[in-house]
Each structure stands twice: as C-alpha cells, then as structure tokens.
Design a protein around this ligand. Sequence first.
Ligand code: ZN
Length: 405
Amino acid sequence: MSAPASSPFKPLPIRKRTGTAAFHLSKKAVDFGQEDLAKLSEKQAVLLLAELTWGSTTEMPCAHCGTVDTHYFSVKELRWKCKCCGKRFSVTSGTVLADHKLSLKKILCMAFTWANGASGLPALQLRREWNVAYGTAFTLVQKLREGLVRGFNVGLLAGVHEMDGMDINGRRYREKRGKPLGGKSGPTPKIPSFLLKPKPGEEPHGPPTPPKWGKASKQPVDRRLVLAMVQRGQSLGLGAVSTRIGIAKTESGATVTTMAMRHASAESAFMTDEDPSYASFGTLFAKHDTINHSESYSRPGGISNNLAESLNARMRRGAEGVYLNQSNKYTHDYSCEQAWRQDTRKLSTGKKLRHLLRVALSVGLSKWWRGYYQGVHRDHEMLLEGNAPAKGRGRPEGWKPKPPR
Ligand SMILES: [Zn+2]
C-alpha cells in the first residue's frame, strides 16, 4: 500500500535478499524433488546408494572379506556375489541401514523428507506421511543421526572458530543463571540479614557467609550445555562452514578445553564471549579474542561469535519446535543433526540428500540402533566429561537395556 501523497513518510523499498535467504529462493536451491525419487526403480535406488557409498556401481569392496573387485551383480536379487569368498552382499550390508525391512526407495523418500526440514522433522510426521509404525520412522532417523554423530561430528579443523555454550533441557532451562523467570514459584526473596542494620541490643552481624559458588550448584541436575564450535568461511559472506558439537553438564574450563582440543588444531584462532572458562585459550591456540555481549555484539576487526549464537538459535528451534522434550540421552545426537543442517544449508536438495547418505553409510553397522525392538538400547549419554549412564524413559524401575550385539 502506498502512502498518501500528503504523508511525509515514503514507503521503504523492498530489501534485497542476501545470503542464505537469497539462496533458498534461487533456482539452484532445488534441483531434485519427491517426484524424481518416485521415478526411480528399486534397482536405480540400489545403484544410487552404491554410487554414494563406493563411488562406483561396478567396483566395490566385499562386505565380508573386503576384496575390491567387479563382483557379480544379480539384477533379480539386487545384490552382489563376491568373486573371492563367494558370499553375497547388498549395498546396505555393513552400514547403519543393514537388515532394513522397508524398500530402499521408501527409505530414500523418507530420508529426503527428513533432510529437507529446516529445523528437523518429527518422526511422528514421517510416520503419518509414509504410513509406517512410529518405531520404524524413529529408528530410521536415529540411524541417520548416528551416521552424523560418528561420521560428521568428528575431525580436527584449522581456521577461525567461534565457540559458545547454550543451556538446554532440564526444568526451566531458559532461565538465566541466577535470574529466575516469573518468580511465582517459591518464596519471595528476603533481604539477607547481613545487609540489614542490626536491631538495638543485637550483636553486629559478622561477615556474610559466601554464597554457594559455581555454575554447577546453580543448575538443575538435568540441565545440559550445548557447546558449539563454528568455523568461519575464508571469504566474506560465506558464514559458518563447519560446525562441531559437544554436550556438557557445565561450561567449565575442562569441558570447553576438551571440546576445543578435540576439534581445533593448535594454529586455530578462537572468538568467544568473556566467560572465564575460555581463559586458557590464549595459550592453547594461536589467537583468542573475546566479545563482551553487554557492550556490543561485534567489535571492529570482525570480532564476534554471532555464528555460534546462530547455531544456538537453530538448536533451540529444533528443541522447542520439533523434538519437544528431548531426552538428555540423545541430546548429543540431536545437536549433531542441527550442526549438519547448519553446514549443509546452502546445498541444493539433491546434494543434501547425497551428502546425508554418504555420511550416514560411511560409519559401518549401527552401534546403537540394531535390535532396538528387542530391547538393545544405548545405555549412556555422550558428554564431554565422559559418557554417563542414562535413564531409560518410560521404562519400569530397574529396567536395563540388553548389551549391544
Ligand atoms: Zn568376499
């Protein structure tokens, strides 16, 4: 609507879209759709996966003896027969998708839908769209996540990294430390006695008892911290290029150092907020700059950790809009998924699906989801402090998962 002629205000010009927003609306963002998948025959689906896992549809390693050769392909069985040991193997043998019951084409369709969700896709929605049992949809996406945990959230990066921690899970996790929201529960805080003037005849108060110090003591036990390390692109405007994730109970010197040493080379430069836990970064890495968020969000010279904050926002969107009440046990898996979504945000739909499958099929058999229906569950949550035993949700007291196969 244009402004009346007499109005002193001119309508603002429509802002030109830049960066990721411009990419999503561009032609090159979508090069592949559900319709293209529907056209694939089961054989073409098998050959597509073969191309992704082995880089070839004719030459591949045998899943049993490892011999690389042009093994015999049976069009009827859609499997190969090894020229060396004579055993048969399929494209999913020895991968997280081994022993799949659904057709490969359906798995590809479901993975494609899942990969395209901006902040993830609920397993319940997958179940509704593809008419499968909830457990089928849930284990499928968890196997894809496992691929991302073991195949994507690994390795050492060199460059400029931004690092930040974000509270997640636990009762009222959105509260800032020491600043409760609402304040309706619990008694109104009283003025501490040592601040009050002594009453007549009363002994003067001694020095105040020091308050219980340390973040751990102020946090609910089931609150967790998502530590994100985000590598900046080399050229201007690239934004985040590689993201690594770790879950911790507290943002302490020990946990942030473990995280940084695990994923950053010594010649890296770091940008963090002014949290004292990052104090040792100046000596551990080539450079360490800090930004004080109470003063500004960036300093001259490109000093900011806004890319890491952006990952936090993405994670929060997933936790509050898709996962809904995620368990601590799988928070690491969910975070790795968000890191992957962040890093592949500028890949076209076809490339994204290929990237997901290539990573997920590269890690070998599923360690945590094989035999899920038979009660074989991962029994720990993955923390930077070391794996910790995790409770099974909705299970009777004393229930214990069976050991992995
Ligand atoms: Zn063989």
